[in-house]
Design a protein around this ligand. Structure first.
Ligand SMILES: *Cc1c(COP(=O)(O)O)cnc(C)c1O
Length: 379
């Protein structure tokens, strides 16, 4: 019988351990080696573009994307507000200014009706976020970007394997950044990737991700002794080959993991669809939702903190959703973005991972129902 359920959990096992052993035996543990190159080829097939760079995380992928697109100090970058602040931070790392735009009340991605009002002569691009993995409105976003001569970066940290109007996440924006952090759908603990149809931009990002020189593997087998020289400031943003080996196994698991999460989301909907005290997440019919998290919105009359602590006391892992960027002190005074601020205050993420059983889902749903209908948790 279920007595407690974790909010999230990776699906890793013997296959990943075997892959790690192989990398150990190969001797190439550092990044940008044979495992990374193999992973990049395999990931390209999943994301629908030819050019992929493996990175240390999604934040570094977002930073590299902006460097490859030529972002410089003084530029403004439009950012969907409701996101983990890696998105806004990456704009600051580029020396530019994030301009946060409010989000749709149903899917929490950037509200495309509000983008044009945020464009100024200094705007160079838009970073759209796929909240909890569900793709944003890329047809509308790309149309606005084209009209104003802007680029589009997709923060697809949670969106590996998702699709939009039948097209894979990776083929929707100029550049797409992914995360393989332990809380994402597929994981190597830490890790990320950058994808683009533009080979030159990925080549530039590749140089910048290894301190500004070509990776060592490019000099293997040379007849002479190539000595690189540094002509541009780069970073160490490499995925290690140990992590890449794990990711190659995770990629094979991806279809099963997505199917499991989809089944769990459907089960939550069946258990909780009638409950008036919480609003269930919206999954649009023209795109797939990879369900990195399952996030419910509690009714305004409920005390979100009290509900969350009662869930935890009952053995149900939970947390707030993600962040309203404009409310983070780091970014300084910002205009009101009421939708993002509202969901930031009312969201609760409940357990979602591929290892959940039907019993686990029923356990979570029963406790959630009991707690949100208990007058003790009203404000
Ligand atoms: C997790 C997450 C990130 C950060 O990913 P890292 O790999 O930890 O850098 C960025 N954006 C969004 C939307 C995320 O959910």
């Amino acid at each position: 019988m279920t007595t407690s359920v974790a909010l999230g959990a990776p699906t890793v096992g013997q296959e990943e351990l075997d892959a790690i052993r192989e990398v150990f035996e190969s001797g190439w543990l550092s990044g940008a080696g044979p495992s990374c190159l193999a992973f990049e080829r395999e990931f390209a097939a999943v994301v629908g573009v030819d050019n992929v760079l493996s990175t240390s995380n999604c934040g570094s992928a977002l930073h590299l994307a902006q460097l490859a697109l030529g972002v410089k100090p003084g530029d403004e970058v439009i950012v969907g507000d409701y996101t983990f602040p890696a998105t806004g931070h990456s704009v600051l790392w580029s020396g530019a200014t994030p301009v946060f735009v409010d989000v749709r009340p149903d899917t929490w991605s950037i509200d495309t009706a509000l983008i044009e009002a945020a464009i100024t002569p200094r705007t160079v691009g838009i970073i759209a976020v796929d909240p909890f993995g569900q793709p944003a409105d890329y047809d509308e976003i790309n149309a606005i970007a084209r009209k104003h001569g802007l680029w589009v970066i997709e923060d697809a940290a949670c969106a590996t394997g998702a699709t939009y109007k039948g097209r894979p996440v990776g083929s929707l924006a100029d550049m797409t950044a992914y995360s393989f952090h332990g809380r994402k759908g597929i994981t190597s603990g830490e890790g990320g990737a950058l994808a683009s149809a533009d080979a030159e931009r990925i080549a530039h990002a590749r140089k910048l991700h290894t301190y500004g020189i070509a990776p060592a593997i490019s000099r293997e087998g040379a007849a002479d002794l190539p000595v690189p020289s540094f002509d541009e400031l780069g970073y160490n943003y490499r995925l290690s080959d140990v992590q890449a080996a794990i990711m190659r196994v995770q990629l094979k698991r991806l279809p099963d993991l997505l199917a499991a999460r989809d089944r769990i989301a459907a089960s939550y909907a069946a258990h909780l669809g009638d409950l008036e005290e919480v609003q269930l997440p919206t999954a649009l019919a023209d795109r797939t939702h990879p369900w990195q998290s399952y996030v419910v919105t509690v009714a305004p009359e409920l005390d979100r903190g009290s509900v969350a602590m009662a869930l935890r006391a009952a053995g149900v892992g939970c947390n707030f959703g993600t962040y309203a960027s404009h409310l983070q002190p780091l970014y300084g005074p910002q205009p009101d973005l009421p939708v993002s601020a509202d969901i930031f205050a009312r969201h609760i993420a409940i357990p979602m991972h591929a290892n959940l059983t039907e019993d686990d889902v029923a356990f979570v749903a029963d406790h959630l129902r009991k707690i949100v209908t208990d007058p003790a948790h009203r404000r």
